[in-house]
Design a protein around this ligand. Structure first.
Ligand code: FES
Length: 233
């Protein structure tokens, strides 16, 4: 029995394999659906909702929603772009993101999405939360001011590194990323070769002493918008 499924994204017929998510099928078809918490090789988490699409008219997270025969998916519409724009705008004011001082600038997915979606000024009042930095580890630091709670580090440490270095604690506005040690990152068994160190979409988990190795102007999103590595249509 064939496991190939045909469905529609923005009037384009797309073929997918049974069990794939809409996001995976779209990627393979060269159609970019914006995302933040989703990442190749990580278990879908469905937390940021940046990948929201309409499936037969109903909002769904493309990164967790499996494909089904004949579904009609809306992705690149004004309404959805505005929903995504609002989510990104809220993420910016909910944390402390100062791109001009952040070494992740140019490689940051949050910043790159803001540019792609045409955000050039804050739409909501800044919250200026008080968040902690953990610079205790010799080679790695956590700046929670920039954390967007995407859980990529949680999933990468658990599923790819087999370590469980990170987890969330607290609820609502108090929710934050914590480490699996009494207080500090230096007491965990994380090390520089861990996948969890590389998956942060923003500048919340970074290697020390290599911040400006790639000069501004030569970074990932300095010349091409995020998603252009995927989209062929
Ligand atoms: S990318 Fe789908 S919910 Fe975050």
């Amino acid at each position: 029995m064939s496991t190939t499924i045909t469905f529609i994204i923005d009037e384009v017929e797309v073929k997918a394999q049974k069990g794939q998510t809409i996001l995976e099928a779209a990627d393979e078809a060269g159609i970019y659906i914006p995302r933040l918490c989703a990442m190749k090789d990580l278990t879908p988490f469905g937390s940021c909702r940046v990948c929201t699409v309409l499936v037969n008219g109903r909002p769904q997270a493309a990164c967790t929603q499996p494909v089904a025969p004949g579904i009609v998916v809306e992705n690149n519409t004004e309404k959805l772009l505005n929903i995504r724009k609002n989510i990104i705008e809220m993420l910016f004011v909910e944390g402390n993101h100062f791109c001009m001082f952040c070494e992740k600038s140019g490689n940051c997915e949050l910043q790159a999405l803001a540019y792609r979606l045409g955000i050039d000024a804050p739409a909501f009042p800044y919250q200026f939360p008080k968040r902690e930095i953990d610079a205790t580890h010799r080679d790695i630091f956590i700046d929670r001011n920039r954390c967007i709670l995407c859980a990529r580090c949680v999933r990468a440490s658990r599923d790819l590194d087999g370590k469980n270095v990170f987890q969330f604690i607290g609820r609502g506005p108090e929710k934050r990323i914590a480490v699996n040690a009494q207080i500090k990152l230096s007491d965990t068994d994380i090390n520089l070769t861990d996948k969890a160190v590389d998956v942060c979409p923003v500048g919340a988990i970074l290697r020390k002493r290599v911040g400006y190795k790639v000069p501004v102007g030569q970074r990932l999103y300095d010349h091409k918008p995020i998603g252009s590595e995927i989209e062929t249509r």
